[in-house]
Design a protein around this ligand. Structure first.
Ligand code: IPD
Length: 362
């Protein structure tokens, strides 16, 4: 039987894919003109002049800051958020929205019982901003670029395709995502996260969601379809040997940094194997859900970083809780998540609180 929110779920999947696939080359070329080589996208659209590419790239590099010098936003964040919200509003005019860039512009983040979409258009904006684009007139020009040895190797492989044509070569830190959560009666119903560079879709559904909704992890870029459920060998109950993920959060004042580093130190003293920072809260949480890490904690993330990922982790069998050890509060700007309750509790007990306030009080 079809459940009440299945149409919403399908729309979230469509829009996450659409938004995610348009972001990197949005300013460069239509998708039809590009191809993947060894994880790098080479764009050589017919009829597109270098001047247009160059102009678009320089426009795209406009970066602004929000709450701190490390809290970044680009034109693309706004474009993607507007695209997602306008499409959703067309289909579901009575629904409410909590979205990162609207909140940054002053919109209130209040979760009411109404159906509410919770959206992060680009999670990992700092990674997104730090990509480099190399514009080349031809293969010879690129070869003479001494700082790009890896590019040269790839170009050699594609020589026949690229010879005599202008092209653009992008390097990027590969953790950038689109995240869409959906809540009704203040309960999370489903979550959809699209890993833009791996072209991988993570989905999860809440207890009330219909069974027809697909849950799991799929790679639409490779046309694999839904082949792999998020199933995890959760089990580590001790911090020793754990691989723990975290994110720095936007505040960079000395007192906050001291607490951040001392929290890491506490986990390393407890013999955690490693503590990693990848620049995207949502994808770090997806790594936990997929079994690649044992735990995650953070102070300073937001409800749009947490909503979709919480459903995905819970459905995979993991625990998501408050850093006090109590139930998760989506608006509290802090979280601990792990494969087992024991692990989540140990981490919560080890952490010193970093105060970030609440999303619904800003
Ligand atoms: C941020 C990233 C970052 C984390 C912040 C998030 P954004 O999201 O996930 O790694 O430290 O707490 O808000 O700004 O890239 O969407």
């Amino acid at each position: 039987a079809e459940g009440p929110w299945e149409e919403c779920f399908e729309l979230a999947v469509q829009l996450a894919l659409r938004a995610g696939q348009c972001w990197p080359e949005a300013a460069l070329a239509p998708p039809a003109g590009s191809s993947f080589v060894g994880g790098f996208r080479l764009t050589c659209p017919p009829g597109l002049s270098l001047q247009i590419i160059r102009k678009a790239l320089s426009e795209e590099k406009q970066v602004s800051t929000k709450t701190s010098a490390a809290d970044l936003v680009t034109e693309t964040d706004h474009l993607v958020e507007d695209l997602i919200i306008s499409e959703m509003q067309k289909r579901f005019p009575s629904h409410r929205f909590i979205a990162e860039e609207a909140a940054a512009a002053g919109a209130k983040c209040v979760l009411t019982p109404s159906p509410t979409w919770i959206i992060d258009p680009i999670d990992g904006t700092c990674n997104f901003v730090h990509r480099k684009a190399l514009l080349c007139l031809d293969v010879a020009t690129l070869r003479s670029h001494t700082q790009a040895p890896k590019c040269c190797v790839l170009v050699r492989k594609r020589q026949r395709v690229l010879e005599g044509k202008p092209f653009c070569f992008l390097r990027r830190f590969p953790t950038v995502a689109v995240s869409i959560g959906f809540a009704v009666n203040q309960e999370l119903e489903f979550g959809v996260i699209y890993h833009c560079t791996e072209e991988r879709l993570y989905t999860g559904r809440g207890a009330g969601a219909p069974s027809a909704m697909a849950s799991g992890c799929r790679s639409p870029g490779r046309q694999v379809g839904l082949t792999r459920r998020v199933s995890v060998h959760f089990g580590l109950r001790h911090l020793s040997k754990a691989l723990v993920l975290t994110e720095i959060g936007p505040k960079r004042d000395p007192a906050t940094l001291k607490l951040f580093l001392s929290n890491m130190e506490r986990l390393l003293h407890a013999k955690a194997h490693g503590v990693r920072v990848i620049g995207s809260s949502t994808l770090a949480l997806c790594l936990l859900a997929s079994g690649a890490a044992d735990a995650y904690y953070q102070f300073g993330l937001h409800c749009w970083d947490l909503a979709a990922a919480t459903v995905i982790i819970r459905e995979a069998g993991g625990i998501v809780m408050d850093t006090s050890g109590g139930p998760l509060d989506l608006m509290s700007c802090r979280v601990v998540a792990a494969g087992t309750r024991e692990m989540a509790t140990l981490i919560a007990q080890a952490l010193q609180t970093i105060h970030y306030g609440r999303d619904d009080e800003k």
